[in-house]
Ligand binder design. Sequence first.
Ligand code: HEM
Length: 492
Amino acid sequence: KNLPPGPTPSSWLVGNRNQVPATKPWRWFQELNNQYGPVVYLQMGRTPTVVLGTAEAAWEVLEKKSPITSSRPRFIMGQEILSNNLRGLMSEVGPFWRRWRRVLHGSFMQKTSDTYKPIQSLESKQLMFELTQTPDKYREHIERYATSVVVVVTYGRRVYDIFNDEVVCLNRETQDFLTSINIPGKYLVESVPALLYLPNFLTPWRTAALKQRERDKEYLTRLVNEVKDKMDAGRASYSFCRQLIEDREKNDMSDLEIAYTCATPFGAGVETSAGSLSSFILACAAFGSSFIPKAQKELDAVVGPDRMPTFEDFDDLPFIRAIVNETLRWRPVAVLGGTPHKSTEDMVYRGMFIPKGSTIIANLWGIHLNPADFPNPHVFDPERFMSKHPNEKKFKTSRRAFGYGRRVCPGQYLASNSIYINIARILWGFNLSKARDQKGQEIDVDTFAYTDGFNSVPLPFPVSITPRSPAHLAIIDRENEIAQEEMKVYEL
Ligand code: HEM
C-alpha cells in the first residue's frame, strides 16, 4: 500500500500500459510527475514501473542505491532472440555484463578517451570544411563526423560516405531492426515469456529476428576478421577491436562476444553524439543572438583569428564549456534516460515502496526541464552553467545527460570531447542564424520538432551557416588539407 502514487490502471491485466501515449511518452511522464510528485508508479502489464522526474529522486534512487537499481529489465525480443544475450547494454547485471563493462571502461575511460582526441580533431577539421562547402547538409556532415570517429576508434578505419559505407549500412540496419522490435507492448511474448516454448512454425515474430541475428553474426565477425588480417600484416592502428583481440585470453571472451562488443560504440555513440550536435545547431538558429556574440568574444580573446580552437584551449573557454553543458541539458538526446534500469531488491525511498523487479525510468525530459532546477527550462541559456548550480554538489546536475550509477554512459568522455571541439570550432569559424526565405524573411524554427523513438533528435530544420571572414575560411581550408594527409593512415 506504500507504493508511489500514480494514475489508476485501466485494468488488472494490462495495468497502465494502454494509457502510455504512442508518441513522445516522456511528455506524459513529465505531466505525471507534475501531478503526483517526483516518483510515479505505473503498472505495465505485470511489471511494476517507476518514473523518476526530478534530479534529486533520480540521484537518490539510481546513484545512491546503485548496487540494487542497476540491472536491466528482460528484453526478450531484442536481447534474448535477436542478440543471443550478447549485447551488454540490454544485459542484466551479472558476470557477462561486468566483463563487458570492464572492457568498455578500459577503452573509453577519461584517460584512454584523451588518446582519441587527435582523430576527433582531424575529423572535426573535415566537418568544418564540409560546412563551408554545403552548409545546408549540416546534418549529414555532423553524422559523418560522429560515425567516422566511432568507427575509427572501434575498427581503425574511416567513414567517408554515410549512405554507402558498408559498416554504416549494416549497423544501421541492425539498429533499425532493434528499434522496431524494442517497442513496449508490441510483442505479447515480452509479457508472456511462456510463448518462447512454442515451436518456430507458430512464432513468425521469432523467425524474422533470428534471420537478422544470422546477418549480424556474419558481418560483425567479418569486421573483426578484417582487423585481425590487418594485425597479421602489421598495419592495424590502435582500436577498441584490436585491443579486444589482443586481450582475448586475459578477458576470456569468445570471438562472437568480441564481435558483438565491438558493435557497442556504434549502437550507443553515433546517433547520440550527432543528435546532440544537431540540437546545438538548432539552439543557434533559435537563440543564437543571445549567446553567440559572447561565445565569439571569448574565442577571439583566447584563440584569436589565426588558428582554430583546440583541446588545449578547453580550460580557458568557460563560456564554451557552459554551452556544451546547456546543449546536453536543453534537449537530452537519451530522453528517457537511455535504457531503463531494473531493481534487484525491494527498497523504500521517502516512505514509498519500490518492489524488487521494478523497471525504473529516469525521465531526463522532466529532470532537465524542471523549472525548479532550471528556470525557463526551454530557453537555451548557457549562463546557467557559468556558476555552479546550487544542486551540483548534491546531484551532479551538469552530467546527468549521461545517466546514472553503475550504468552511467561509458562513452561520456569521448562524446563530451566531440561536442566540445565541434561547438568551439563552429562558433569560432561561422556565423549561425535563422535561414531566410526568398523574400528575405527569417524562417522560424520549432524547438520542439524532434523525432520519436529511443533517442530523440531534431527533425530537419533550415539554418544559415556562413564563414565569419575570408581569413577564417582560409584557415579552415588549410587545416582540412593537412588533416586529409594525416588521416591517410586510417585508409582501408
Ligand atoms: C552525447 C552523446 C551521448 C549521450 C547523451 C549518452 C547518454 C547515455 C545514457 C543516458 C545512457 C544510459 C545510462 C543509464 O542506464 O543510466 C548511456 C548508456 C551507454 N552509453 Fe552513452 N551516450 C552518449 C554517447 C556514447 C558514446 C560515444 C558511447 C561509445 C562508447 C556510448 C556508450 C554507451 C553504452 C555502452 C551505454 C550502456 C551502459 C550499460 O548498459 O552499462 N555512449 N549513454
